[in-house]
Design a protein around this ligand. Structure first.
Ligand code: ADE
Ligand code: ZN
Length: 326
């Protein structure tokens, strides 16, 4: 359709993508075979049927289980390359991807295996697909502060190849303030800071991400809309929100895409962006998320251009890099 072509042709960046969440069931089976791992599923169809979630924790349980097939540097490279090939078709020019090292180091996979594999996939994507990318290390917030500090220590040899740190996993009960010191340490090492906040957690968690973690972006941020003072602050700062429409639908953060707040966010002057979060689990990649909100929320082409512009202005590309990307 005309709309699909318009979206495909817009230069876009993806700023909220968990690379482990791009593991398609087909690749899960291939890696299980390659690594001689028994899966608790008999077929790709059976895996897909298990992807019915009523909240964030339902999803996280199956997402951490799926990651068990990732063992070697080649596995992580193949995972990243499969994702980049898929979003190249969507007209995606730049990606800032999250990874969860603790999910792997806690299974005995060295940090270097994970990071070297992902970085190899990123380099190959830049060469063969022309997609640039930057890597963000996420701390798992259901684990403690000491574990986050140990992860930052393990990342020490890679600091020049990481653009920032993030905070993900189970939000409610794990407020941003729990990670204030490790985020300060990351900032002192020259890293950008982002955090998931206001996906399921209250507006207070978004305030904490701003005030205790000094974040450069808010991941999700949906529930910030419940607090007018917070909205005012986010708009005044030009804070980027990395919003994930199909994720919000699958995790029941919204009941219906028609009622998705992305349009309201733009109308309130917030720098919202559209992203896929965990595309293999939530039924769509970057282009599908754009298409879904454009159609269901009824965005104008002007809105879509604003969203595309926000995806680059909210990125961690330098001005020189931006000039070459757009
Ligand atoms: N890890 C992967 N996807 C996530 C999400 N949407 N929220 C929190 N943690 C995550
Ligand atoms: Zn996320």
């Amino acid at each position: 359709s005309g709309l699909a072509r318009f979206i495909q042709g817009l230069p876009k960046a993806e700023l909220h993508l968990h690379i482990e969440g791009s593991l398609e069931p087909e690749l899960m089976f291939e890696l299980a075979r390659r690594n001689r791992i028994a899966l608790p599923f008999g077929s790709v169809e059976e895996v897909r049927k298990a992807y019915a979630f009523s909240n964030l924790q339902d999803f996280l349980d199956i997402y951490y289980q799926g990651a068990d097939v990732l063992r070697t540097e080649e596995d992580f490279k193949d995972l990243a390359l499969a994702y980049f090939r898929r979003v190249a078709a969507d007209g995606c020019r730049h990606v800032e991807l999250f990874f969860d090292p603790q999910t792997h180091t806690d299974r005995g996979i060295p940090f270097a295996v994970v990071a070297d594999g992902l970085l190899a996939g990123m380099a190959e994507a830049e060469r063969s697909l022309g997609i640039s990318s930057k890597l963000i290390l996420c701390f798992l917030r259901h684990l403690d502060e000491d574990a986050a500090f140990a992860t930052l220590k393990a990342a020490e040899p890679y600091l020049d190849r990481l653009v920032g740190v993030g905070l993900d996993s189970s939000e409610v009960g794990h407020p941003p303030s729990k990670f204030e010191r490790v985020f300060r340490a990351a900032g002192e090492r020259g890293l950008k800071r982002v955090a998931h906040a206001g996906e399921e957690g209250p507006p207070e968690y978004v305030w904490e991400a701003l005030q205790a973690l000094n974040v450069d972006r808010i991941d999700h941020g949906n529930r910030a809309l419940e607090d007018p003072r917070l909205v005012e602050r986010l708009a005044a700062e030009g804070m980027t929100l990395t919003v994930c429409p199909l994720s919000n639908l699958k995790l029941c953060v919204v009941d219906d895409l028609k009622a998705h707040p992305i349009k309201r966010m733009l109308d309130l002057g917030l720098s919202a962006t559209v992203n896929s979060d965990d595309p293999a689990y939530f039924g769509g990649y970057l282009g599908d998320n754009w298409q879904a909100v454009a159609e269901r929320v009824g965005l104008t082409r002007e809105d879509l251009v604003t969203l595309a512009r926000n995806s680059f202005s909210g990125s961690f590309l330098t001005d020189a890099e931006k000039a070459r990307r757009i």
